[in-house]
Ligand binder design. Structure first.
Ligand SMILES: *[C@@H]1O[C@H](CO)[C@@H](O)[C@H](O)[C@H]1NC(C)=O
Ligand SMILES: *[C@@H]1O[C@H](CO)[C@@H](O)[C@H](O)[C@H]1NC(C)=O
Ligand SMILES: *[C@@H]1O[C@H](CO)[C@@H](O)[C@H](O)[C@H]1NC(C)=O
Ligand SMILES: *[C@@H]1O[C@H](CO)[C@@H](O)[C@H](O)[C@H]1NC(C)=O
Ligand SMILES: *[C@@H]1O[C@H](CO)[C@@H](O)[C@H](O)[C@H]1NC(C)=O
Ligand SMILES: [Mg+2]
Length: 620
């Protein structure tokens, strides 16, 4: 029924349109290569409307702006009177300057009928401090940093440590220009309708600047022959005193088709057209919504399984399953919250308990990190790493489903309140085992996975303990696959205060040895039961590493050791504590080349455990 109605409408409307087309129309320009040039755009003096000049060169359309800069036109929509141009990008991958820096960016002639629409999101890079005072988003969590990180050229030229800003066009200040200059930003990129782009933001959409043109008036004329091209029009003086080919009575100027449309036909056509448009719109709306949902899920799956040649793909859980497991994400099921969002306890139908991680709504950074995390964790499998069971991509935000580790974090065990949580104080032997297992898990990440993985956020709160107090390293949110060819990766500052490799501040490189450093801090926590950063300590001792190094300098290292460990410890145990301390300090060496590898650390701790165990069996 609906189908037949639609075909009937199409037939009627097309008949009416053809009646219109048969009339002589204002001269539309020839196609440029394969690209149609709709009215009023003009590629030459004898077609289109001369106020709407574009340039056809080598089969492509170009938009010429002021100061002789020129932009490729990538799409044109005559019905909405919009076109999209391609921003010029960076001049090269060494300096952070736009290719149109010399012409001060994209500047339109405000006497012409084109302006920049409000649909563009502009990312300004290499910005001056002055930008911070303007109403742009130049904060450290602005999306512009994410863009720079994910664009190889921008990352190379614009780095991570400059000011970048994000703003929308559409105000009076940028209706006619996206300026670049030393005093503002020296480079820019732009995206159309970024808000409605729902794909994962680690693949940014194609760049573009959307512009709009004013609806064209009737063509200008001098004498009546000039209007021969427009049927049912006469050359008359309009209200502003300009001579134009005005439509005769009973006809109306149609600026899209550039014809004088009969008012009766126009009215009928409009009515039918509107009902047709409505039906088609309704059907398309449904189809688009379905297709968008499908393509979103698909692209997430693609990311998830990219580079996954081990064949260990995560199980895809359904939205219903997880909603049920978490009692619809009930508050009672919240286990914790991290930088990425929340963690819920989830009880699957078969009774398995899981930890469900959910990204914060609208937190694209978090979503990005999560997808990254899934892909990495799908490929690794080690008894000292938290196991990823699968993920769920059906709900609004992606979810990760991990095995549930029931016994809290190492941080809680070392620094928490033992009495309330009926947790026993960790013995020296337990701490050695935790250190050893953690080292093995990290050594596996560094040496046994290709490409190797750096954790990048090792700290005691990312080390979980199971019922038997076995260590499980968690939270790979910050880790990233190292680029295969190079032995280091350049990146923006990540990691946690108190654990970050100081060498990083000198050359901005994170290597496996940065993980070794952070791990060394965890060793000190195990030895001293003191927090990595504690502002309750004396000023010079706030940082645990500095604190322990100071006690070493003053030759009273054993003073720093947790009194509960020293209590009742034999000579051999005390010696192993010293050995352990010097291993930690080797991990914390300021020159990263002097630090041992994770594998060497694991072996050394194994050796220390051997000594303690022999001592135990000798005593009995
Ligand atoms: C670019 O055009 C603007 C506006 O016409 C003008 O003020 C400016 O001086 C021009 N800059 C260059 C480098 O030509
Ligand atoms: C920068 O460009 C040069 C040549 O155009 C190329 O050899 C080099 O690999 C590029 N560097 C990066 C980091 O993209
Ligand atoms: C930033 O832009 C200025 C010009 O405004 C340029 O001289 C400088 O090299 C750019 N900085 C970087 C890191 O490319
Ligand atoms: C800047 O953008 C970030 C992320 O998009 C957002 O969280 C923050 O609130 C914005 N800040 C301002 C001042 O708009
Ligand atoms: C651009 O021009 C159109 C008319 O052609 C107008 O409706 C719109 O408000 C203008 N946009 C801006 C940002 O000035
Ligand atoms: Mg964490």
């Amino acid at each position: 029924m609906e189908n037949r109605l639609v075909s009937l409408l199409i037939l009627t409307v097309s008949m009416l349109c053809c009646t219109g087309r048969n009339l002589a129309t204002v001269n539309r320009c020839q196609d440029c290569g394969h690209t149609p040039v709709p009215y009023p755009l003009s590629t030459s003096p004898d077609c289109g409307n001369q106020h709407y000049k574009v340039r056809c060169h080598a089969g492509s359309l170009w938009f010429d702006a002021l100061n002789s800069s020129s932009y490729l036109i990538t799409s044109i929509n005559p019905l909405t009177r919009r076109l999209i141009i391609r921003p010029p990008g960076l001049a090269n991958n060494v300096t952070c300057m736009s290719a149109d820096f010399k012409s001060q960016g994209l500047i339109l002639d405000d006497n012409l009928p084109f302006n920049i629409t409000s649909s563009n999101t502009v990312i300004g890079m290499n910005c001056s401090y002055e930008m911070l005072t303007l109403s742009k988003n130049c904060s450290s969590n602005s999306l512009c940093h994410d863009y720079i990180k994910h664009n190889a050229m921008a990352a190379s030229a614009c780095g991570c440590f400059q000011i970048c800003c994000l703003f929308k066009t559409g105000g009076s200040t940028n209706a006619y220009k996206i300026g670049v200059m030393k005093e503002r930003c020296s480079a820019y990129e732009s995206f159309v309708n970024l808000d409605s782009f729902s794909g994962p933001l680690n693949s940014w959409p194609e760049s573009g600047v959307e512009m709009m043109w004013e609806s064209p008036r009737e063509p200008e004329c001098k004498v009546s022959v000039d209007c021969r091209g427009l049927s049912n029009s006469e050359c008359l003086v309009d209200r502003s005193g300009q001579r134009r080919c005005l439509c005769k009575t009973g006809f109306q100027w149609d600026p899209i088709n550039a014809i004088c449309q009969s008012l009766i036909i126009a009215a009928v056509a409009m009515l039918l057209g509107a009902s047709l448009a409505f039906i088609v719109y309704k059907r398309r709306e449904k189809k688009i919504a379905r297709a968008a949902h499908f393509s979103l899920t698909k692209s997430r799956e693609d990311i998830l399984n990219a580079n996954n040649n081990t064949g260990k793909s995560a199980k895809l859980f359904t939205g219903k399953e997880i909603t049920r497991a978490t009692k619809n994400f009930s508050k009672d099921y919240v286990l914790g919250a991290g930088g990425f969002g929340e963690v819920f306890k989830g009880v699957l139908d078969d009774g398995t308990i899981t930890a469900v991680k959910r990204a914060q709504p609208g937190n694209t950074k978090g979503m990005d990190q999560i997808l990254n995390e899934v892909r990495i964790l799908c490929q690794v499998s080690h008894r000292s790493l938290v196991r990823l069971m699968g993920c769920c991509l059906e709900l609004e935000q992606p979810l990760l489903i991990y095995e549930y580790i029931p016994n809290g974090t190492l941080f809680e065990h070392l620094h928490g309140n033992y009495n309330t949580a009926n947790r026993v104080s960790l013995t020296w032997r337990m701490r050695l085992t935790i250190a050893h297992q953690t080292a093995e898990g990290l050594a596996y990440l560094h040496d046994s996975v290709t490409p190797r993985i750096y954790h990048r956020d090792i700290k005691s709160s990312n080390i979980l303990l199971d019922k038997m107090l076995n260590s499980k390293v968690a939270d790979f949110g910050l880790s990233r696959l190292a680029v295969a060819e190079s032995s280091h990766i350049t990146t923006c500052a990540q990691g946690s205060f108190g654990y970050l490799d100081p060498d990083y501040y000198l050359n901005f490189q994170l290597t496996d040895k940065s993980d070794v450093y952070s791990y060394g801090v965890v060793l000190l926590e195990l030895l001293t039961s003191k927090k990595a950063i504690d502002f309750n300590r004396e000023e010079e001792d706030v940082n645990l590493v500095v604190y322990v190094k100071n006690t070493l300098k003053e030759e009273r290292l054993m003073d720093a050791v947790d009194p509960r460990l020293k209590e009742g410890a034999g000579i051999v145990e005390l010696e192993t504590m010293k050995e352990f301390a010097s291993l930690a300090l080797a991990c914390l060496d300021e020159r990263r080349q002097n630090r041992p590898s994770m594998k060497e650390v694991a072996d050394e701790i194994q050796y220390i455990i051997g000594i303690v165990t022999n001592e135990d069996s000798a005593t009995y």
